[in-house]
Design a protein around this ligand. Structure first.
Ligand SMILES: [Fe+2]
Length: 302
């Protein structure tokens, strides 16, 4: 769905995602030991983990049942008073919170249409002081995918209100949206049967990094559900595994980049199908889902 309206706000990146779990210790141990996240702060019921750029990219919180994508934080390099007023004028109920996390003392919170999950908008996170090369740790939180009962409503919210841009659609049910050069920071599957998170994805800097991550997973007896393969939309090399709560986690690299919005095409890569590779609607076929090989049908259930 091409964008028609000038957006009211302009989100510039995805910052963090929340995971609810009945077993915080188990999740923290997994994300620190298996994926090499750094534990930045830990309370009785909450843990903040980072890949090292922002204060946190993952928040693990105690709850009665597990739920991923319990909230998502997006960076908005605009005045938060303006954002709050704009959202209220557009008819949304808005909270202004000062207690959400140590690194984000001022957050505008609005419920995502359809899911109702809180979307956090903040202007920046403080750093962590964590630095240096490590062979395993992901570079960053890449994107969060979820089911939605009303794709058009959600596209309107993300594109027209938050300034996301349309990158691709598969068939009439799977939409990819970007908020910076990365092909997608959010993707959504239309569904009347399923709800909640589809997967959370973390970026590897290159294929060697991804291979090291996969060997590290294997050394901790974590096996892949699917991949490695290469998706059509975004052209990322993907792998999917489960965390201890059963959440589907993607590790990926080589995601398409829209280096210049003025050009309107993704940076040319030899594995592209189109030159230029522009946002488009893809057929639902094998090459779209995994140009390297087998399709896991569960990945398409919606
Ligand atoms: Fe993904």
């Amino acid at each position: 769905m091409p964008q028609h309206n000038p957006p009211l706000l302009n989100v510039s990146k995805i910052g963090y995602v929340g995971f609810e779990t009945p077993d915080v210790d188990r999740m923290v141990e997994h994300y620190t030991k298996v994926l090499d996240f750094v534990l930045v702060e830990r309370g009785a019921n909450q843990a903040f983990l980072t890949t090292n750029f922002d204060h946190h990219a993952v928040v693990i919180e105690r709850a009665a049942t597990s739920r991923a994508r319990s909230y998502v934080g997006y960076e908005l390099r605009e005045d938060l008073d303006f954002a709050e007023e704009t959202l209220r004028t557009a008819g949304y109920t808005v909270d202004r919170r000062h207690d959400i996390a140590p690194s984000t003392p001022d957050v505008v919170v609005v419920a995502e249409p359809g899911s109702g999950i809180p979307i956090h908008l903040y202007d920046s996170q403080s750093g962590t002081g964590v630095s240096g090369y490590t062979p395993v740790r992901p570079t960053k939180l890449g994107h969060v995918a979820a089911f939605t009962p009303d794709l058009n409503l959600l596209q309107g919210f993300y594109q027209d209100l938050l300034g996301f841009r349309w990158s691709d659609t598969v068939g009439d049910f799977f939409v990819f949206l970007r908020c910076n050069a990365d092909h997608h920071a959010a993707n959504f599957l239309a569904s009347t049967k399923r709800e909640g998170m589809h997967h959370v994805a973390f970026e590897a800097r290159d294929l060697n990094h991804l291979q090291t991550q996969l060997d590290h997973l294997a050394a901790h007896q974590v096996r892949l559900d699917w991949g490695p393969g290469r998706h059509g939309p975004g052209h990322n090399i993907f792998t999917y595994h489960r965390d201890p709560d059963g959440n589907t986690i993607e590790l990926f690299t080589q995601l398409d980049l829209m280096i210049s919005e003025d050009n309107g095409y993704f940076e040319p890569r030899p594995w592209h199908e189109d030159f230029p590779q522009v946002p488009k609607t893809w057929e639902v076929d094998l090459a779209t889902i995994n140009s390297w090989g087998p399709v896991e049908q569960a990945q398409l259930d919606h």
